[in-house]
Design a protein around this ligand. Structure first.
Ligand SMILES: [Zn+2]
Length: 141
């Protein structure tokens, strides 16, 4: 008998879903650690930090366009930083882990963890999307 008082947490359905075993097969160990395990790459470790060509940064999990090169800026943090995401490509939620209040950024298509957004970015948005480069691929125009 099921307990009528028990509640099932809401399950968000993403357009792109895989089992954990499939994600492990599809992603590199570093990509899996960030996208599916909420890890953070070592600052300055990803070549995308220095990507200066014109093009788009897409989700390494599902290929969705997340940011374009025009919105990238050098934040000095060691992580690729952007002031504006592609409309509808990301979703944000509260992250209170590590005794810090931060806003987590995920891909809206596959739910992959991308990084965090902070309110100390440049104009026009004043936002700094602090991304893990390993969670994205660069597609030049
Ligand atoms: Zn994705």
């Amino acid at each position: 008998m099921s307990d009528p008082r028990s509640t099932t947490p809401p399950i968000k359905h993403y357009e792109v879903t895989h089992t954990d075993a499939e994600w492990r097969r599809l992603l590199t160990a570093e990509q899996y650690d960030v996208l599916r395990g909420h890890g953070t790459e070592r600052p300055g470790s990803c070549a995308l930090l220095h990507e200066e060509r014109t093009g788009a940064f897409v989700c390494a999990g599902c290929g969705q366009r997340l940011f374009t090169s025009e919105t990238k800026f050098e934040s000095g943090t060691g992580w690729p930083s952007f002031d504006t995401p592609v409309a509808g490509s990301i979703e944000t939620m509260d992250d209170d882990s590590y005794n810090m209040h931060r806003t987590e950024v995920q891909c809206s298509r596959c739910g992959g963890h991308l990084g965090h957004v902070f309110p100390d970015g440049p104009p026009p948005t004043g936002l700094r999307y602090c991304m893990n480069g390993v969670a994205m691929n660069f597609v030049p125009d």
